[in-house]
Design a protein around this ligand. Structure first.
Ligand SMILES: Nc1nc2c(c(=O)[nH]1)N[C@H]1C(S)=C(S)[C@@H](COP(=O)(O)OP(=O)(O)OC[C@H]3O[C@@H](n4cnc5c(=O)[nH]c(N)nc54)[C@H](O)[C@@H]3O)O[C@H]1N2
Ligand SMILES: Nc1nc2c(c(=O)[nH]1)N[C@H]1C(S)=C(S)[C@@H](COP(=O)(O)OP(=O)(O)OC[C@H]3O[C@@H](n4cnc5c(=O)[nH]c(N)nc54)[C@H](O)[C@@H]3O)O[C@H]1N2
Ligand SMILES: [Mo]
Length: 716
């Protein structure tokens, strides 16, 4: 999030795209409803389903799944046509506006209606509401990301906010509500296959930086790999790891995957779960580190599996990062109970057994404080160095001194600091950055310009036009020595820059000059290293609109896409809709979490939502001859199927089926419940929605496209 949940209280309007906050982020609703009631802020909700959030909306926009980029570019089109864009913001702080505007030109409200199903008048009305009620807070969640063009869709959200001049302002921003309580922290620490911690990438320079932080020889690290080239190559992703086992798709690795450790993963969260199950049975070794056995234990039918019971968050302590970039300290409530161990202990035993404990624990004497310190020392890119365990704990102890409206402590031991020292928190004296890219505050007091990351000048291929990528004259944080754009800081310590200077002299010098270590640049609307430099619409791989496939085809097939080939073009069959006529989309309910191992094992939550179901529009059900509560088969183009109860509701339209994805225990009509170790089966089980989610992955991130597949439905 560029802003914070609390800051949404200052919005003058709010737009939510593919977010269902009352179910998935109920705590945020206090701030959202505050803006609605106190500021009279209109709320726009863009979702294929009339959700609980839509019930609070002043304008509910029903959209066909996977078409959000077209809608966003349509809004930008209308805003520019009416001269509502923030011209000064664009002139001084945005790059590639002209190139982007040329693309937006083609997304007329009529064309938007054709692609998305949103009536022309509604696109016009929404554009006007946003233009007349600034700043707008824009939120997106999984409805915006889990598509083959998810990365373009999310960029189009950012472009809308740049065009309206809503970035770097209280009440504005792009506010992506993150998933698990510490998922922001786990991304920052890069539990990802394409980067080292803090988004350093996989280059030699990145490895050398982290080896210096960890205090190990770079050559020793190289020696851990079969060959050096594997250090620099993206790994398999969680969404397709099983392809490395099954090898029915071409893989780009010297060996198939033979062992898998699932550490806090519910497993039926993976799309194409029938294939995941096949991979389990083929592995030499499968390890589950989890407080619950999870569906993995029931689904795996070979004896290759080990269950390591880990403790819950209440039985351990450490730092976690919230969706608002705030760091908090978890206090242990009790020691691990029964025969479980906490994750640190399990990691330590594993590291010792593997024989590199000396290197692994070089800087870590006191767990978990020293882990937080070590990560912070290296994570200069995102400013994790000012949040020491001592400071974080002080914030937790002085909760009551922070203001709910701007998160700043008013008096007391944390006076002037922002709650949780939201990153970047550049030094141990820095108060944290509550709003990213806000030039109204000095850098030392939590202000920032846009980061200089992509050079200082760009010539665009199509037009030959050159543009300065640094911010214009007159855009700077109060007290800045340079009163306009400037590049990132480097060579303060020769041979280093602000990201690699572990002495932190570079960062401190920049701040002493009133400047941002990462420079003062423009936000770009054109990403020249992406296949679509400006976001455009492309039809989902499995599209219900054969006529639009011709006009908006998907990408070319990708080789070696995170070590496995990925089909795009060759998967997009215009005939598919004939046999699979309904759009399949999935998501969450408030009572259950993720794959559901925890919440389905909780008797109270299990009682509240005991059954898997499919949302079906009553008109469609009548056409299919299905009554409310009757069983139906839902089949996917991949040949898998699930048997679930029909829940008749007008939340969905007549072309769309919605499935919650929290259930498991039954796969394609067959129960695996008795496979759980004795006494550990959850209270409730059901078919897993991910048995029928379709093939399809984002071109950049390989996130699974679980929100825009096709299916067919028959009475069971
Ligand atoms: N109770 C509960 N809370 C949770 C979780 C949980 O499992 N249970 N999970 C956590 C995690 S990991 C995450 S990532 C977040 C996710 O939070 P959300 O993303 O808000 O949750 P979802 O229900 O997956 O998706 C949100 C909405 O996207 C809509 N949608 C589907 N397709 C499209 C589309 O193409 N366009 C648009 N505009 N909308 C679409 C769905 O109908 C749905 O209402 O929630 C977190 N919070
Ligand atoms: N169809 C469909 N599929 C989806 C999505 C969707 O919208 N639709 N959303 C996707 C998204 S955004 C996400 S994030 C994933 C989530 O997918 P998962 O991460 O698989 O979901 P969870 O069930 O939350 O998994 C967390 C596991 O961690 C365990 N756990 C809890 N605390 C601890 C701990 O302290 N230590 C350890 N070791 N384990 C612990 C829990 O028991 C649980 O089994 O699902 C994805 N899959
Ligand atoms: Mo998530």
């Amino acid at each position: 999030m560029t802003n914070s949940l609390n800051d949404m209280r200052h919005a003058k309007s709010l737009i939510f795209i593919g977010s269902n906050a009352p179910e998935a982020h109920p705590v945020s609703m206090q701030h959202i409803l505050h803006a609605k009631e106190k500021n009279n802020a209109p709320i726009i909700v863009v979702d294929p389903r009339r959700t609980k959030l839509a019930a609070k909306a002043s304008d509910y926009v029903r959209i066909r799944p996977g078409t959000d980029a077209a809608f966003m570019m349509g809004l930008v089109h209308v805003i520019i046509k009416n001269g509502w864009e923030d011209k000064e913001f664009i002139r001084t702080r945005v790059a590639g506006f002209e190139e982007m505007a040329k693309v937006a030109e083609t997304y007329t409200p009529e064309e938007v209606e054709n692609i998305t199903g949103i009536p022309v008048e509604q696109t016009l009305r929404v554009a006007k509401t946003l233009a007349k009620n600034r700043p707008t807070s824009l939120t997106w969640c999984m409805g915006g990301t889990q598509h083959s063009i998810g990365s373009s869709i999310t960029r189009s959200f950012c472009i809308l906010q740049l065009v309206l001049g809503n970035m770097g302002k209280s009440g504005g921003g792009t506010n992506i509500f993150r998933g698990h309580d510490n998922v922001q922290g786990s991304t920052d620490m890069c539990i990802l296959s394409h980067s080292l911690p803090a988004y350093y990438g996989l280059s030699d320079g990145a490895w050398k930086h982290w080896c210096r932080v960890w205090g190990v020889e770079y050559e020793w690290m190289v020696g851990r790999f079969k060959e050096k080239k594997w250090m620099n190559k993206k790994g398999f992703t969680l969404s397709r790891w099983y392809e490395g086992v099954l090898q029915t798709e071409k893989i780009h690795q010297y060996t198939p995957i033979k062992a898998m450790i699932q550490w806090g993963c519910g497993s039926n969260s993976n799309s194409q779960y029938a294939r995941v199950k096949q991979a389990y049975d083929k592995l030499d070794l499968l390890v589950v580190v989890d407080p619950f056995p999870t569906m993995t234990a029931a689904a795996c039918e070979s004896d290759n599996i080990y269950l390591l019971p880990s403790s819950s968050q209440y039985e351990t302590s450490g730092s976690v990062t919230s969706t608002s970039r705030q760091i908090q300290w978890r206090q242990k409530v009790v020691d691990p109970i029964h025969n479980c161990k906490d994750d640190y202990q399990i990691m330590e035993l594993l590291v010792k057994k593997l024989g590199f404990a000396d290197e692994f624990y070089k800087n870590i004497k006191q767990v978990p404080e020293d882990i937080t310190l070590e990560l912070g020392r290296g994570s200069l890119t995102i400013g994790y160095n000012g949040q020491t365990p001592e400071r974080i704990k002080k914030h937790m102890e002085n909760w009551h001194t922070f203001d709910i409206d701007d998160l700043q402590a008013k008096g007391g031991p944390c006076d002037g600091e922002y709650y949780g020292l939201p990153w970047p928190c550049w030094t141990e004296d820095h108060p944290g950055t509550p709003i990213l890219y806000d030039v109204s505050k000095p850098v030392a007091k939590g202000g920032l310009p846009f980061r200089n990351r992509f050079g200082v000048e760009k010539t665009y291929d199509a037009s030959g036009r050159s543009e300065d990528l640094l911010a214009a004259e007159g855009v700077y944080n109060p007290g800045s020595e340079v009163e306009g754009g400037y590049p990132e800081f480097k060579d303060v310590v020769p041979g280093t820059n602000w990201k690699t200077d572990l002495s932190q002299k570079t960062i401190k010098e920049a701040i002493a000059k009133g400047m941002a270590p990462f420079g003062n640049a423009r936000a770009r609307c054109v990403v020249w290293n992406f296949p679509d430099q400006v976001p455009i619409h492309r039809e989902p791989l499995h599209s219900p609109r054969p006529d639009l496939i011709a006009k908006y085809p998907t990408y070319k097939d990708q080789q070696d896409h995170f070590r496995v080939d990925t089909r795009f073009e060759s998967e997009q069959d215009p005939e598919l809709v004939k046999e699979f006529p309904f759009v399949l989309t999935t998501g969450r309910m408030v009572e259950h979490m993720g794959a559901g191992a925890e919440t389905r094992s909780n008797q109270y939550l299990a009682e509240l939502q005991p059954e898997m179901y499919a949302e079906v529009n009553p008109r469609l059900a009548n056409d299919l001859g299905v009554r409310d509560g009757e069983m139906i088969w839902i089949s996917s183009p991949e040949g898998s199927k699930i048997k679930v109860k029909a829940f008749l509701t007008e939340r969905v339209d007549t072309k769309t089926i919605f499935l919650p994805y929290h259930f498991a225990g039954i796969l394609q009509g067959k129960s695996y419940v008795e496979n759980y170790p004795e006494g550990t089966a959850p209270f409730v089980s059901g078919e897993s929605g991910n048995t029928v989610t379709n093939y399809g992955y984002d071109i950049i991130t390989q996130i699974q496209a679980t929100k825009d597949g096709l299916c067919k439905v028959a009475k069971a």
